[in-house]
Design a protein around this ligand. Sequence first.
Ligand code: GRG
Length: 297
Amino acid sequence: MEFKVELKRRQTDAEKIIYSFLPAEEGLQKTIFSAMNYSVKAPGKRLRPILMRETFLMFGGQDEVVLHHFMAALEFIHTYSLVHDDLPAMDNDDYRRGRETTHKVYGEAMGILAGDALLHHAFDTAAASFAVPGANPALIGRALKILTEKSGINGMVGGQVVDVEMEGKPLNAQQLDFIYRLKTAALLECAMMIGAVLAGAENEDVLKIEGIAGKVGIAFQIQDDILDQISTTEELGKPVGSDEKNHKMTYVVLNGLPQSEEAVKQMSEEAVADLDSFANEHGFLKELILSLIHRRK
Ligand code: GRG
């Protein structure tokens, strides 16, 4: 079947799974439930949960119930990061995923709280998988540790801290690489590592997967920088030129467009070559990674 059709099917499946863990909009605090649901249901690509599931399948994972908890948890963490990133104290953006940002619709206080709520709800959703009949607590424990580490101070939040602190300052290639590894690649590593862990992959293979996802993550962020320069608000669903507005040093600013495009291609192809060293079936995963080189949103 054509790749685009297969991808759409996986996105629809992922959304069904993610939405099933969202709160009902009722009770005195229903505004926060509504703000959480608004943020999560905005049309995202669902890349992280899809990567998690494909890696799980690649390592022969069978029972998906526990996996579903983690797919939703990771998308909640990713969504909270976008909600907070758009706040006036950060990028101060009005549009995301083709609609008004959460704080524009619900106000700044609710924007902050919706991000907080999604983060807590993510860990509640992941921890609830201990109660799944037949679940393996040791694997869930390992997956929880990865989720915490990759999203926290030595992962996404750590990268964002350096990104914010370095705004408007010159950055060298090493510092930029540090930011991209933590801010962006960490959550992709998290996705693929958890998929492998929950499928029961050997530790050595989980580490190999971390390396592959790291390359995909860096390529993904460089492509994000490229799109911020060459795309349109309509196509991207969020403002373009945001990096320039915020005086951000990016890979594109440092190296120019042609070299950046080449880096995305090279890193994605390296990731795919590493993936090919596994005998396991991974056709869709390979196509997905290669498709990111040419992504337009
Ligand atoms: C952690 C407090 C706190 C703030 C947020 C990492 C981060 C910190 C914010 C996210 C903003 C950003 C540009 C992150 C880099 C990763 C990235 C390119 C995110 C966009 O991911 P997509 O394209 O988004 O997968 P969709 O909307 O498709 O899910």
